[in-house]
Design a protein around this ligand. Structure first.
Ligand code: ZN
Length: 301
C-alpha cells in the first residue's frame, strides 16, 4: 500500500510516501511560502511518486499546523482557520489535496495529533491508549489520544497555551506569546529561550541557567496535563527537546511539584513515563502516514 503523508508546518512542509509498516520510501521538504504555491508543490511531489512507484496512492494523511477545523460537519472542515501566520488564514488544505486526488480518502488532523497517532502505531506509545504528545520547538503544541481516539473536542487541544506561574528569577518580564503574558509556549518555546540572553538555545551550554527555567515551566505543564488527562505516558519531541539534559530535570521537577499527590507504580519509573519520541524527528511525517493509513482502513470498512 502506497501512503502519502504531509507534515504541514509553519516553516516547512515535509511530504513523504511510505508503507503500512511505517517505512518511508521517499520524502521531500518544501518551504512554507504562499498557500497556493506550497500546496501545488506538495501535490506535484505525490503525483510524481505515483508515477515512480507505478502505483496510485491509497490515502493521504495531513498533519497540519493550526488552528484547524476538524469537524466534518463544518463548512470549513479541513481548513487552517484563524492562524496568525500571514496569508494562511482560512486555507482549505484538505480540500485542495482531495481535489487533486478525488478517489482516495484524505486524513486530516493537527500536526501533534498526527504525531501521537504515529507514536501509537510505531513508536513509544504502542502500549498506551491514553497519552499525550507534545512538541517543543518554534512553538509548543500538544496532541492527545484518549481511550484509543485522538482528542478533538470543541476545536482541538491547544496545550501550548496553558497558563503557568512565571518564576521570579526569570529575566524576561513576559513570555513571547502575543496573546498571553505567561503561557507555556510564551515562556518555553525556542524563541522564548532565545529572547532572554539573545542567544539561541542550541548555542547555550547544557548547564546554562536557562535549562533549569525551561525544565521548570515544562514540569508545571506536565502536572497540569497529568492531573487533567491522566495520561499513561507523555512524549516530548521537537527541536528544544534535543537538549537531552532536559529530560531528567523535567522528570524530577514534575515529581517534586506533584508532591506525592498522584500515586501509581508507573510514576516510580519516570524515565519510562516522560519520554522522547520513539520515531525521533520522523514522528511528525510518520504520524501523517499513520493518518493516511487510518483513513484507508476507515474507508475499507
Ligand atoms: Zn499563549
Amino acid at each position: 500500500m502506497l501512503l502519502g503523508g504531509i507534515e504541514g508546518g509553519g516553516t516547512k512542509f515535509v511530504c513523504a510516501v511510505g508503507t503500512e509498516t511505517g517505512d518511508i520510501l521517499t520524502s521531500v521538504t518544501i518551504p512554507t511560502t504562499m498557500p497556493a504555491a506550497t500546496l501545488e508543490q506538495t501535490i506535484a511531489f505525490f503525483k510524481k511518486q505515483e508515477v515512480l512507484h507505478n502505483q496510485s496512492l491509497a490515502a493521504v494523511g495531513i498533519g497540519s499546523f493550526g488552528p484547524v477545523d476538524l469537524n466534518p460537519q463544518s463548512e470549513h472542515y479541513g481548513y487552517i482557520t484563524s492562524t496568525p501566520k500571514p496569508n494562511w488564514g482560512y486555507t482549505n488544505v484538505a480540500g485542495t489535496v482531495q481535489q487533486a486526488f478525488p478517489d482516495i480518502p484524505i486524513g486530516f488532523d493537527t500536526d501533534v495529533n498526527a504525531a501521537a497517532l504515529g507514536e501509537h502505531r510505531w513508536g513509544a506509545a504502542q502500549n498506551w491508549d491514553t497519552f499525550m504528545y507534545m512538541t517543543v520547538g518554534t512553538g509548543i503544541g500538544g496532541g492527545a489520544m484518549v481511550s484509543g481516539r485522538l482528542l478533538h473536542g470543541l476545536i482541538h487541544p491547544e496545550m501550548g497555551h496553558v497558563l503557568l506561574r512565571r518564576r521570579d528569577d526569570d529575566p524576561s518580564e513576559r513570555g513571547v506569546c502575543p496573546f498571553h503574558d505567561n503561557c507555556l509556549e510564551g515562556l518555553a518555546c525556542g524563541p522564548a529561550i532565545k529572547s532572554r540572553w539573545n542567544i539561541p538555545g542550541e548555542q547555550l551550554p547544557p548547564d546554562h541557567a536557562v535549562w533549569d527555567l525551561e525544565a521548570d515551566y515544562l514540569a508545571q505543564a506536565m502536572v497540569a496535563f497529568m492531573t487533567t488527562l491522566s495520561p499513561q505516558g507523555i512524549i516530548l519531541g521537537g527541536s528544544v527537546m534535543h537538549q537531552q539534559q532536559l529530560f531528567p530535570m523535567i522528570r524530577q521537577k514534575t515529581l517534586a511539584l506533584l508532591n506525592n499527590y498522584l500515586r501509581h507504580p508507573v510514576l516510580e519509573h519516570m524515565d519510562e513515563y516522560i519520554v522522547p519520541p520513539g520515531l525521533g524527528d520522523k514522528a511528525g511525517v510518520l504520524g501523517s502516514i499513520a493518518l493516511a493509513l487510518a483513513a484507508a482502513e476507515d474507508s475499507a470498512r
